[in-house]
Ligand binder design. Structure first.
Ligand code: SF4
Ligand code: SF4
Ligand code: FES
Length: 319
């Protein structure tokens, strides 16, 4: 254990003046400090007005999530010395949530979104007894399908790192979708799978860009991006017809028939009437480029049969 010197660069917010600003704190501290201990040191020794949330200091309560060098994480789990870059550790509040003061964010908007997915079991009377004398059994195999997801501590680290939320504040968010997946997989749940899918399909599962940032952010190794793919598969299995499933079907069909994606007809196939404008614009552009109408969409190429055989083989193996 030794002392090291560096700068803690902290983004602060003054709610009275509605003003945010960066403040540098020069510290000389033990090299064993977590980021949370660093913040406590600064609050104790340098500036008592510095505000942040923490409670358990053991990566359990989920209250100390923040951005450390631009990445979401729990301040109590991350070693400050591992985050020093050119003598500086940069600390900011989580993204996508309103800041209340300094590093404290208001998590209510994310909790309101969570409520939309009904994050609780609606007990199936056939599975869940209404008395305490008998048990509601879950097999180890079934529990393994959502065991990890039950570890979520609602820290919002994934939410604060989600790229889909950058452009669409209505997007539900990774932890909310993971929770939806978890209850769909639970055989004790009495709510219809289709009903659960209806709760998420228009505000989440197809907007996720699969950047995987939520996986990297999660201190509990939960994988919301994978659960979102699971939700897409379930939506397809329950036969939901929407722009995304139509798009996927058309995409597959044209690749199978021609070996190429039919970008010209794809907008109408997936968006129906709303896709007409996109198609008209493309038509205009193609004509200006001197393309003949029969070449607007793809044509099968020699050897397409080989590709089709390959696709059939893969489909067989996947089944
Ligand atoms: S994979 Fe999806 S949910 Fe996860 S951070 Fe990226 S956009 Fe958000
Ligand atoms: S999924 Fe992981 S990162 Fe997201 S809220 Fe839950 S514990 Fe935190
Ligand atoms: S203080 Fe509880 S998770 Fe960090």
């Amino acid at each position: 254990m030794k002392n090291i010197k560096y700068t803690a660069k902290i983004k602060r917010y003054n709610p009275e003046k509605k003003e945010s600003y960066w403040q540098d704190f020069e510290v000389e501290v033990e090299d064993t400090l977590t980021v949370l201990e660093l913040l406590m040191y600064i609050k104790d020794k340098i500036d008592s007005t510095l505000t942040f949330r923490s409670f358990c200091r053991s990566a359990i309560c989920g209250s100390c999530a923040m951005l450390i060098n631009g990445r979401s994480g729990l301040a109590c789990k991350i070693q400050a010395k591992d985050k020093i870059r050119n003598g500086v550790v940069k600390i900011e509040p989580l993204q996508h949530l309103p800041v209340i003061k300094d590093l404290v964010v208001d998590i209510d908007p994310a909790i309101e979104k969570l409520k939309k997915v009904k994050p609780y079991l609606e007990p199936d009377p056939k599975k869940v007894p209404d008395n305490l004398k008998s048990e509601s059994l879950v097999s180890p195999e079934e529990f393994a399908m959502y065991d990890k997801q039950t570890d979520c501590i609602l820290c919002m680290a994934c939410y604060g790192q989600c790229n889909a939320l950058e452009g669409d504040a209505k997007y539900l968010g990774p932890l909310q979708l993971t929770k939806a997946f978890r209850f769909i997989m639970d055989s004790r749940d009495g709510m219809d799978v289709e009903e659960r899918i209806n709760l998420v399909e228009n505000s989440g599962i197809y907007e996720c860009v699969q950047c995987q940032m939520c996986l990297a952010a999660c201190p509990k190794d939960i994988k919301p991006a994978e659960d979102i793919l699971g939700l897409r598969r379930i939506a397809k299995d329950v036969g939901k017809d929407n722009s995304a499933t139509r798009r996927a079907k058309f995409w597959f069909q044209t690749v199978y028939e021609t070996g190429q994606i039919d970008k010209y007809n794809l907008p109408v196939a997936s968006l129906e009437e709303d896709g007409e404008v996109i198609k008209e614009n493309m038509e205009k552009e193609f004509k200006e480029r001197g393309l003949k109408e029969e070449n607007f969409g793809p044509q099968p190429f020699d050897g397409i049969q080989d590709l089709q055989n390959f696709i059939k083989k893969v489909q067989k193996e996947v089944k």
